[in-house]
Each structure stands twice: as C-alpha cells, then as structure tokens.
Design a protein around this ligand. Sequence first.
Ligand code: MN3
Length: 258
Amino acid sequence: MEDSNYPARRKFIIQSAILTAAGMTLRLQPSALAFASAAEDPDFFKLPPLPYAYDALEPHIDKMTMQIHHDKHHAAYVSRLNEAFKGASGLTEEPPLGMLFESLSTITEENPVPGHPSPYQVTIRNNGGGHYNHSMFWKLMKPKGGGPPTGAIADAINASFENFENFKAKMNAAAMSRFGSGWAWLVKNTAGKLEIGSTPNQDNPLMDLAEFRGTPVLGIDVWEHAYYLKYQNKRADYLTAFWNVVSWDEVNRLFAGK
Ligand code: MN3
C-alpha cells in the first residue's frame, strides 16, 4: 500500500473540503483530500503487488488461496473503490483511507436522511476497509516467518499478555469468536498499550464507527475466503498456519508507527 494510507501521514490535511461527485456534495470534516481544478477520473487506488510469490507461503497458506485472495478479492475492493470515486471532481491524488476512517461517521450527504448513511460512507467502510486491510495483511506475512516475536513488540507483548503463548491464545480466541466474516486485531490504544479484539466484515479499528478501536499493529483475516480451499471449516488450523508465516518485522514496523 502507499504510505498515504497510513494515518501518520498528515501532509494533505484540509480542514474542510467539499467533494462533489455524481451530483452529490459530501462534506468531509476533517478532510484530507487534495483537489485540482479539473477532474480526470483516474484510478486513484491501486492493487499493490503481492510482496512474494503466490506459493511462497506454502505449505501453510496455499498458492491458489493466495491467487484468488489477492487477484480476485482484493482486486474487487480496489475496483469498487475506484468506481465509487469516479467523478469526484478535482481530486488529484489517492484519498488517504486511514484518515477517512477516523472521520467516517461525518461522511454524509449534504442533506442526510436519518438512518441512511451516504453511499460513500458504505463504500469507504466496506471497499476502503477491504483495500486497506488486505494491503496490510500481505505484508504481515512472509516466507520463513513465524516463530516467537522479536524486537520491541516482543517486550510489549510480554508486558501486556505475560508471554507469547498467552498472547497467541487471546488472538486465536478473538479470531475464533468472530461470528461470520471479519478480522482479529492487535492494536495500540490511545494510551500506547496493546489490546486484542475483532471487527466484522472489513471494518478497521481506525474507523470511528468500528466496535473495536485502536491503531492496528497486527490483523488476521478470518473471512472464509482466506482459508476455505485448504482448511475448509477449520479456522483453528488456519490460525495455526498463520503463526508460521507472521512477519514480526512488519508488526514491529506498525508498532513503531512507521
Ligand atoms: Mn480477505
């Protein structure tokens, strides 16, 4: 993913911007959108290449799952997101999703009908969430990953959860208890402490509408599309596999806020 998706990048903050699209005016407040005078309708959002070969996570995560998950599922979130932003007049660069998530509840049509959120809010929540979450997820895995945590996150995990085994058990419990599709998360809360929880669908803990909030440090996709081909209904086996490919380097990078 582009770094512009990370909330730390706040270079393009515009306090109040108006996005006119498809005949509707949306007020994004605070907003992070950059504008130009003419609309060019580019595809703002790009599918990031997988940072390793499709079969690189074998035997833990199989090649076909990775192909379909990246090339079909993730690609679909990106294309729906681009479709939704077509006609967003004057937008000159990819809207930073992480920042939009933080004020998602304010993204409403100018004259909102109570109880009917803007289609942009739904699009950013579902497809923006899907794009952001998967862009993170690919980097959170790597060939020859796994093993015990290293670096600063190891100390933080021990401080918050006593030890790695306890931590893993709590993450697995969050992943197993998520009914239906969603994600299990390790986040840093506003006090800088680690917390474990989960969200449904493609909700991200940065979203002000999310039932579990914080800055994501580690996310595990527990949608069936992430594991069904190899593990069928055995989500627990998939979680075991995930811990064999987790990239502690990436977890440390996110923990450090980079
Ligand atoms: Mn997925």
